[in-house]
Design a protein around this ligand. Structure first.
Ligand code: PEP
Length: 249
């Protein structure tokens, strides 16, 4: 059985006081599913969040990092800096990073390498734009994003990789991929992995869906056999909604 995961991406939301208050709310809610739960605050709130969730089974993860270990990269954060404040998992390749900060597959391959070299786990995001979906090119796009950033890795690296399929047209738009669209793409992703690394590796990798997952649609999406959880944006900013999604398994 693959690990089920629900990760909340708080993006550039919540100052310190708001972060503390959201964590206080999260801690009041009981988890009734077996899903692993993660939240990704902004860099400035990571240490406080880690401290506040120290004896809790909610993991604090980062939204991004640089590929270099240190040096003249003003404004950037390295893997070892994240690890030094208790962060062991990082989201890489989110569509907002790709679109607004020009992150390319090549750059992401370097970030993945840096995270793995620091014994971190990676939630690797990818997904097609609306035009790709409309033209029927969505599988080609997703395949190339995965191949370009991950297929230089050894099979053993995949024990520290979680994949997150996030169709760009569904992120923050209120428009969700249908459970069937999600399942079809997740099965395609698993087949792509299996062709390269074999079925045992492919069957062990958790593949999350992201894109307007809400309490009212989570259960149906999570019921699909190749959907192992969700990467949640908007709904992760509300503790009740987030845990309704966590407990939708
Ligand atoms: C995301 O940002 O990864 C995301 C899926 O956002 P939302 O849930 O708001 O669509």
């Amino acid at each position: 059985m693959r690990q089920q995961i629900v990760a909340g991406n708080w993006k550039m939301n919540n100052d310190l006081a708001q972060t503390e208050s959201l964590i206080t709310e999260l801690k009041k809610i009981k988890k009734t599913s077996n899903a692993e739960v993660m939240v990704a605050p902004t860099f400035t709130n990571l240490f406080r969040a880690f401290d506040a969730l120290r004896n809790n089974d909610i993991e604090v993860i980062a939204q991004n990092m640089h590929f270099a270990e240190n040096g003249a990269y003003t404004g950037e954060i390295s893997a070892s800096m994240l690890k030094s404040v208790g962060v062991n998992t990082v989201i890489l390749g989110h569509s907002e990073r790709r679109a607004y900060f020009n992150e390319t597959d090549e750059m992401l391959a370097k970030k993945v390498d840096a995270a793995l070299a620091n014994n971190m786990r990676v939630i690797f995001c990818f997904g097609e734009e609306l035009a790709d979906r409309k033209s029927g090119n969505h599988e080609n796009i997703v395949e190339s994003q995965i191949k370009n950033a991950l297929f230089h890795l050894e099979a053993s690296a995949f024990k520290n990789i979680v994949l997150a399929y996030e169709p760009v047209w569904a992120i923050g738009t209120g428009e969700t991929a249908s459970p069937e669209q999600a399942q079809d793409m997740h099965a395609f992703i698993r087949k792509t992995l299996s062709n390269k690394y074999g079925k045992v590796v492919a069957d062990a990798v958790s593949i999350l869906y992201g894109g307007s997952v809400k309490p009212n649609n989570a259960q149906e999406i999570f019921s699909k056999p190749d959907v192992d959880g969700g990467l949640i944006g908007g709904a992760a900013l509300n503790a009740t909604d987030f845990f309704a999604i966590v407990n939708a398994f």
